[in-house]
Structure formats: C-alpha cells, structure tokens
Design a protein around this ligand. Sequence first.
Ligand SMILES: [Cu+2]
Length: 107
Amino acid sequence: MTWIRRGAAVFALLTATSCSASAAGPDAEIVVRDVHFAPADVTVPAGSTVRWVFDDGGVLHHVGSEGEFDSGITPDGSYEHTFTTPGVYEYHCSVHRYMTGTVTVTG
Ligand SMILES: [Cu+2]
C-alpha cells in the first residue's frame, strides 16, 4: 500500500508544478483572426497580463488603448500588457477601426 500513497504524492507534486507553470503565462489570451478579436471582451483581476496573438495570415493589425498601451502595427507575433489598475479599458485596431473590444479589470 505504501507505493500507492507515494504515487499519489508524486502526482500531486506534478500537478502543482504544471499549475505554477501556467500561472507564469498570460491570464487571458485574445486571438486576432479573420479581422476580429476573439474574444473581444475579457474580464481579469488587477495585476493580470492579457496577451493578444496576431494570427491572421499576415494581415496587418494593431491593438491599442489611448494613453494606456500600444502594440504597434504588426502582421504576426503577440503583444502582452499587464493591467494593474481596475477599470474598463476599451481597445481597438487602428488599421481596422471597427475592430474593438474591452478589457475589464476588477479590483
Ligand atoms: Cu486590424
């Protein structure tokens, strides 16, 4: 019976390790594809990092929020921003003005 308990402990350790690994990544991910943001609206707690992934076959896109953050115009790659202050941040793509979304940061 001892080996079974040991196995469970190892499994628990591995699970904890993979949890902390994912915590190091973004807290929310928005994919830019087919000329829209998916999902366009996300809600995260303060201190969270949101990542936009540009994956639209080389179509130029951008993500920015006036005075808050700006990815620059890019055909690919990704952009991350960490939100420290609670509030509602509207963002858009300056290439396609109709591409809009919001990041809601809770306290
Ligand atoms: Cu765009």
